[in-house]
Design a protein around this ligand. Structure first.
Ligand code: PTJ
Length: 233
């Protein structure tokens, strides 16, 4: 990861975000919990049923999981849009090149032509064909303002964020509290089976309650911490 910072793909604050993620993953037990698996299943269902699904990619996501993102986009027929918080033309080009080296085709983000309402600054910049007109947006490692703005615009938001307390996790319709490189293939793995079963997709989406999902994730972390404090872990 620090090499990717030197290359200019990951923003310096991305390294701090990465460390925050590692700390939460440690509390989670560094594994995909049953709770996260249900969120991944439901996310797969929502992406399959979307009309215009988009996966938003930032520096951290490209650095950690470029090939996984491309495979997921192909599985659910989603567009990929490079959308950076710390936006410079050089970084946009580097992240786009990394995604294309991983096989991304018709990548969006080099030429933004739209602005997301409700956000000041560069974070609002996006594309009309991608995030602006998407009905479902997958946002790995997103900042809270943009997650809230996307939800306010009526988009279904799927977050991947190891912090169940973050504004992003709270704003999303489905928050996957799992490490990115486990979560992305975890969603993709569910696609072939779910694609054949519309009733199951509907049942998963209707029964998913994100507030309860986040409470469960926090309870798992608290339980792990308590067990460690009592010498059981
Ligand atoms: O590349 P840019 O310019 O778009 O910038 C990207 C960062 C990550 C710097 C930007 O989006 C940011 O500041 O994000 P936040 O607000 O720090 O949120 C990132 C969230 O992702 C935090 O809650 C972390 O705990 C979480 N996180 C970090 N690493 C991982 C993770 N979640 C899942 N898997 C990870 N590997």
């Amino acid at each position: 990861m620090s090499e990717r910072v030197r290359e200019g793909i990951v923003a310096p604050t991305g390294l701090i975000a990465h460390g925050r993620g590692e700390a939460f993953d440690y509390l989670l037990g560094e594994r995909t919990t049953e709770n996260a698996r249900r969120a991944e299943l439901t996310a797969a269902a929502m992406l399959i049923d979307a009309n215009r699904p988009v996966i938003s990619v930032n520096g951290n996501t490209a650095a950690l999981c470029s090939e996984g993102i491309v495979a997921l986009a192909e599985a659910v027929l989603a567009r990929i849009e490079v959308n950076l918080f710390h936006r410079t033309p050089e970084r946009v080009e580097k992240v786009c090149a990394l995604m294309e080296a991983a096989g991304a085709k018709e990548l969006l983000g080099r030429q933004p032509d739209a602005t997301l309402p409700g956000i000041a600054s560069d974070r609002a910049v996006c594309t009309r064909a991608g995030i602006l007109s998407a009905d479902v947006v997958l946002i790995p490692l997103e900042d809270g303002d943009r997650a809230e703005a996307l939800a306010k615009l009526g988009k279904k938001v799927i977050a991947i964020d190891l912090n169940p307390l973050s504004r992003t996790s709270k704003a999303a319709h489905i928050s996957i509290v799992d490490e990115l490189t486990r979560a992305v293939p975890g969603i993709a793995a569910e696609v072939p089976e779910l694609r054949r079963n519309g009733n199951r997709r509907l049942a998963l989406m209707n029964s998913f309650d994100n507030a309860r999902n986040l409470e469960e994730a926090m309870a798992i972390m608290c339980g792990n911490l308590r067990a460690a404090g009592e010498g059981k872990a």
